[in-house]
Design a protein around this ligand. Structure first.
Ligand code: DON
Length: 341
């Protein structure tokens, strides 16, 4: 059933440093109109290469916007859960940077856009490194850097940090994890190539388990928007105020999302939407507007590049209505919302 749309805030719609009630109602109107405009778009196909993903309801469409002050605006099926899939990759990269620093991390993964599909089997010719942490090869290298002993400890640590960013406890969808593990032969091939070139250690099974489990974590649009807002809020969770991510490293993750977050659509995305973002084959997309807000959208039907059809449409429209593009004349940093007044 479709859930109700609406806005929430910590202080009866009138937080001290947040948007005014008038502006809040304008943002809610924008979300409602985007939902109404695109809810009947039926293009694209639900991913089935992981059989469990094929069970998603193609009608679902949710949108959530969370400001860095902790105000939340929602439309449609914002509370439907789906697996995070590739949207786990920027967060895993952040954790690798936090654990090992950038110098060591970059010995295992590059930061160059590949312009290729997420599952491409291509490596830097000289170093053998995967091109970036957003393609599967790079994400598997990153998973090998953040795994722990026993392997479940690394998965739990990831879940805990992501739960802090989302503002609620998160869990793994065990059926998707089993389906992904069973059918993930291409990822296994990639992992063994990474072992062969010395990019990951011999605990290949553990690195893959870390990666598959991360991809199988359940979230909804609100979780994604909050995680994105936590990134946008230089690592502090907007609702709890808790420091979740090291703020000095976020710029690196944002930069890689900006240039590589949507694979072979990344250039078009930077051109049209113009903010760091990440998509996943479950049909989710999250986007960060630095120091301002996070967006989470979900709709499981995908285009030829594996990005959510309605998700892309919704993000483009949101960006144009709210002046989100990093280089939009109306985006004047943290005060862009005042510009709308
Ligand atoms: O590696 C895979 O096949 C998936 N678990 C993640 C893929 C994904 O979400 C690609 N993104 N668009």
């Amino acid at each position: 059933m479709q859930s109700t749309a609406g806005s929430e805030s910590a202080n009866n719609g009138m937080p001290e440093n947040g948007v005014t009630p008038w502006l809040g109602s304008q943002i809610q109107k924008v979300l409602d109109s985007i939902y109404a405009k695109y809810k009947d778009v039926d293009d694209g196909v639900v991913a089935t290469y992981i059989p469990e993903l094929g069970k998603a309801d193609p009608k679902k469409f949710g949108i959530c916007l969370a400001t860095v002050e902790g105000e939340v605006f929602t439309a449609g099926d914002w509370d439907t859960e789906f697996t995070i899939q590739s949207m786990c990759k920027p967060f895993a990269f952040q954790l690798a940077l936090e654990r090992h620093g950038s110098e060591k991390t970059l010995k295992h993964v590059g930061v160059e856009p590949s312009g290729e599909a997420f599952n491409s089997i291509e490596f830097d010719q000289k170093t053998g490194r995967p091109f970036n942490p957003m393609v599967n090869a790079g994400a598997i290298a990153v998973s090998s850097l953040i795994k722990q002993k026993p392997v479940e400890a690394g998965v739990d640590a990831f879940l805990e940090t992501m739960g802090k960013a989302a503002g609620r406890k998160l869990r793994i969808d065990e059926s998707v994890l089993a389906s992904e593990t069973l059918t993930g032969n291409r990822n296994r091939a990639i992992a063994y190539m990474l072992l062969n070139s010395g990019i990951i250690d011999e605990e290949v099974h553990e690195s893959l388990h870390q990666y598959f489990a991360q991809c199988s974590m359940l979230v909804n649009c609100r979780d994604l928007a909050m995680m994105a807002a936590t990134m946008a809020n230089i690592g502090n969770q907007p609702e709890t105020g808790e420091r979740v991510f090291d703020f000095q490293l976020i710029k690196y993750v944002m930069a890689v999302m900006f240039s590589c977050g949507l694979y072979d659509y990344a250039g078009n995305w930077a051109f049209e939407v113009g903010v760091p973002a990440k998509s996943g084959v479950s049909g989710g997309i999250f986007a960060c507007v630095n120091r301002q807000l996070g967006v989470g959208v979900y709709s499981p039907k995908l285009d030829a590049q594996g990005n959510s059809v309605r998700g892309i449409l919704a993000c483009k429209e949101l960006a144009s209505h709210l002046g989100m593009h990093a280089f939009d004349f109306s985006n004047v940093g943290s005060s862009f919302m005042q510009w709308l007044l």
